[in-house]
Ligand binder design. Structure first.
Ligand code: T4K
Length: 378
């Protein structure tokens, strides 16, 4: 590739995976015969079955997006009062609670994998607590065993926001098989996408009716509306994208893994840059959904914002997922109690998510790392 034009090429934080166009057309062309475009049609059913097989799980429900799926999960579990959660997440997690009239109680995160600190959860439980909503942030699993124990001991529901964690396994077990309900996001920016979409995975069959009714106005039959529900259905075009993308998922995860290894090799000796230590962790099959670094300005000789701006000048667009912390959003300022969140603040102030997607090439990673190293004076 010509050097000049290559350096001009924009590299964004992520890039959607799309199947070959012919494959997608093949999947949707039946719609022109049936005119069935939504409301749990045949392609929806096909994707649902495909996901059950892929995830080795009993129950899957599909939704219009991950946020609505989370909203439905919260409603179906009849949560009340307070829910213990993480401030280190995307807006959706907290909004889903507050829009359901629940009070989020924020627990700090751990410095190694940025998930909720399970050792700090119990101290936050009160008589008003009804659930724990934890996030497998960047697809790194929370301490699911400990959280399940806590939830059981205190009779709390346990929901996992697994928006980033599709395809992740822990000790060989699919990540969604923990807790009461797990939510996946299938947004265009995710490892597996249905353009927009989401899913709930759960084991308790008694939830099925409610999880289905809630996504379709609470309608159970043509003359029967049994619940106050939403419109949160996944349409056939979205489902078709999922059917196609599922075929390429494993290959895409392998490509992401290669990109992550390239980053790791180039940055591993850089003082002041902390990466998720995925290579030594034999318990987790990761999906390489994001590639966060945490920049310690003293050791690195530059700040996270120096890297952000310096990369931007070179046409490389990273993101600060997740800065600011939810507790610092304008819409929430002064609304919550002041919680002790030193680790979450430290990480949010220093995190930068580097470009990561299946089609990120070795030379792209090389270019990103070269800019980082040059800003650091290496
Ligand atoms: N819980 C958690 C922990 C989440 O992170 C999310 C969503 C949810 C719940 C809710 O799930 P959904 O309801 O979204 O299914 C993006 C995504 O929109 C959002 O899904 C995701 N988390 C969040 C972390 O990232 P933005 O506002 O940063 O996306 P945007 O539009 O700036 O796009 C980022 C980059 O992605 C672009 O620079 C280029 C690339 N891109 C984007 C789009 C829209 C593509 O390649 N194709 C595309 O179609 O929120």
């Amino acid at each position: 590739m010509n050097g000049g034009s290559y350096m001009d090429k924009k590299i964004l934080v992520t890039r959607s995976s799309l199947p070959p166009l012919e494959e997608y057309i093949d999947e949707i062309k039946g719609i022109w015969d049936t005119c069935w475009m939504t409301n749990m049609g045949p392609i929806y059913q096909k994707l649902e079955q495909g996901l059950k097989n892929y995830l080795s799980c009993k129950n899957v429900e599909l939704y219009v997006n991950g946020h609505m799926a989370l909203d439905v999960a919260i409603k179906a579990l009849h949560l009340t009062g307070e829910v213990i959660t993480t401030p280190y997440t995307f807006a959706s997690t907290t909004h889903a609670l507050t829009l359901n009239g629940l009070t989020p109680v924020f627990c700090d995160i751990k410095p190694d994998d940025y998930t909720i600190d399970e050792n700090k959860v119990e101290a936050l439980i009160t008589e008003k607590t009804s659930a724990i909503l934890a996030v497998h942030v960047y697809g790194r699993p929370c301490n699911v065993t400990k959280l399940q124990e806590i939830a059981k001991r205190h009779h709390l529901k346990l929901i996992f926001d697994a928006a980033h964690a599709f395809g992740v396994r822990l000790n060989g077990e699919p990540i969604a098989n923990f807790g009461d309900i797990s939510m996946f996001s299938f947004h265009a920016t995710k490892v597996f996408n249905t353009i927009e979409g989401g899913a709930l995975i759960y084991s308790d069959d008694s939830l099925t009716k409610s999880l289905e009714n809630l996504r379709n106005f609470g309608i159970e039959g043509p003359e029967s509306v049994v619940q106050v529900g939403l419109n949160a259905k996944m349409n056939e075009f979205a489902a078709a994208m999922g059917v196609c993308n599922l075929r390429h998922l494993d290959e895409n995860i392998q490509k992401r893994k290669h990109a992550a290894e390239c980053y790791y090799e180039r940055l591993k000796d850089c003082a002041g840059i902390r990466m998720i230590d995925f290579q030594d962790d034999c318990h987790v099959d990761w999906n390489y959904s994001y590639f966060p670094i945490v920049v310690d300005e003293k050791a690195a000789g530059c700040t996270r914002d120096d890297l952000f701006k310096g990369l931007q000048k070179e046409n490389i667009f990273t993101r600060k997922y997740f800065f600011p912390l939810v507790t610092d959003y304008e819409c929430y300022r002064g609304k919550f109690e002041q919680y002790q969140l030193p680790v979450a603040h430290y990480v949010a102030d220093r995190v930068l998510t580097l470009p990561m997607y299946a089609d990120l090439e070795e030379e792209d990673v090389e270019r990103v790392c070269n800019v980082i190293l040059s800003i650091m004076g290496k």
